[in-house]
Design a protein around this ligand. Sequence first.
Ligand code: G4P
Length: 533
Amino acid sequence: MTDEVVEQAQRRRTVAIISHPDAGKSTMTEALALHARLIDTAGATHGKDNRRATISDWMAMEQERGISISSTVLQFVYADHVINLVDTPGHADFSEDTYRVLCAVDCAIMLLDAAKGLEAQTRKLLDVCRRRGIPVITVVNKWDRPGLDALQLLDDISQETGMLPTPITWPVGIAGEFVGVLDRAKGSMVEFSRTAGGATRAPERHLSAAEAAESHLLSWATAVDEIALLDSEGQTHDDDLFRERFTTPVLFTAAASNFGVKFVLDAIIDIAPAPTTQVDVHSVGRDIDAPFSAQVFKVQAGMDSAHRDRTAFARLHSGRFERGMMVTHAQTDRNISTKYARSLVGRERATSDEAFPGDVIGIVNANDVRIGDTLYAGAAVTYPPMPSFLPEAFVTMRSRDSSRSKQFHRGLAQLDSEGVIQLLSSEARGPQRPVLGAVGLMQFEVAARRLRDEFRVEVETEPLPFSVSRIVRPEDAAGIKDAGIEMLERSDSQVLAVFADSWQLKRVQRTHPDLALDESEEDMAFRQSVALD
Ligand code: G4P
C-alpha cells in the first residue's frame, strides 16, 4: 500500500501557469490538454468570443469579461504521468487567490509573450514563487509573431528573475519567422507547420541536424551558433540547480498553433518535481507514504447551479485518499465524511474515487472547513496556516430589501469563509452595516454578484476612506483607540486598525512609537506582489 502511494506520487506533477493577462494562458492550457488528448479539438475555444467553452472557465462573470476569476484544476494523464494543472486567476485584483494556488503546486510555468517579455503581473507572481521556493519553468509564447530577440530575452529573464535561463528548446528563425525549434538534448530540429486556426495537433516533422542545415540554411546555422554560446556560458539544464531556483529552463512555443507544446508537457514530467515531504506547524515532515493528509487552498460555492453547494479544495500531501473515507478536520477535531468528494475537470465534475499526493480533491458541503485548514487520517497533523492578507480596500454593504437581511448575513458569512472578501465588524457601526475588506476592488463586485445570484439579495455598496490596515496586538488596542483610529474585527478574531493612507499610519507611528504597527514580512511581500506598477 505505501509502495503504491510512493509510486503514484512519483507519477504526479502539480503545476500552475503564471502569466500576465493575454500572454496565452488559456490557449496554452487548452493546448496542453489537447496534446494529452483530454479534448479532441481546441478550435472552438480560441478567441475571446468563443471562450465560453473553455474548459477551465465556468463562472458567468468570467465568461462575460473573458477573464478567469476562479481557480479550478485540470487533471490529465500524459506519458503515464498525472498532470494536475491548477488554474490561476488572471486578473490583478485576484492575486490573493493566485497566491493561495501557488501554495498548492510544486512548480510554476511562467508564460511570457515573445513581444513583451516579463510584464508587471508576471514579476509579482514570480516574487510569490520565490518566497514559496517554487521552481519555475519559463515558456516564451507567440514565437510565430514578431517579438524580441531570443538572446536578449534570456538576458532580461536573467536580470529580472535572478535565475539563469537554461533553454531546453531554441527557436530556429527569429520571432515572427519561426520555422521550428532546436531540440537541445538531441541536437535535432522539430519543424513548425501552421495548422488552420490551431484546430488540431500541429503535425511535427523531425529533422536531423544535417536535414535541418539543408532545409533552413541560415536560420539553423544561427540557432546552432547561439546554442554554442549558451553552452560556453554554462546555460545548460541541471536538475538540482533548477530545483534550488538558481536556473529556469526555457522553451519556445506558439500555443495558438499548438506548436512546441509537447516539449512543455515533456518538461513538466521530466523536470518538474514530484510531490515531496511536507512540513507541519511544528516543522516536522510528514512523509508521502504516511496516512492521508491534505491542505485546503480554496473554498468555493455555487459551482453547481442545480444544487447550491460549497466545495473545499484540498491538495493531498501524503497517503491515499479514497472516496467515502472518514477524515479529521484538524482545526475542529471533527470527522468529515467524504462520500461526495470530487475531483474537478472544468465544468464536468467527475467524482474522485481515489487520489494521491499532488492531487486536488473537492470536499462538498464541509461547512466548517476554511482556507489553510488541514484534513488528515491516522496520526494527527496540522500544516502551517496560509497567509490571509491585510485588506487595502474597504466598503460598507447593505441589503436593499430589509426583509432579506437573514440571507444577506448568511451570504456574507459564506463569502468570508471562502476568502472572497473579509467580513469586518465593529461595535460602533453595528451589525446592519457590515464592513467588507479586500485586496482588490473587484472582489466587492464578485461579492455583490454572488449575493444576488446565490442568495437573492440586492446590495448597495459604499466605499470607505481607508486604504491601509494593520493587525492590532491586544495590548495596543487602547492606545490605538486613543489615537482616534478605527478598529474592525475579522471573523478569525484578529482586530485590524484602518488608516486613510500610509501618511496617516506614519503619523500615528511617529506620535505613538510604542504601538506595533509594522507590517509582517509575509504581508509586505504579498502587498508588493499584487501592487501594479
Ligand atoms: P490569457 O489567457 O493569458 O489572457 O491569453 P489567451 O489564451 O486568451 O490569449 C490571448 C490572445 O493571444 C488570444 O488572441 C490568443 O489567440 C492569442 N495567442 C495565444 N497564444 C498565441 C500564439 O502562440 N501565437 C499567436 N499569434 N497568438 C496567440 P485573441 O485576439 O484574444 O483571439 P484570437 O486571436 O484567437 O481571435
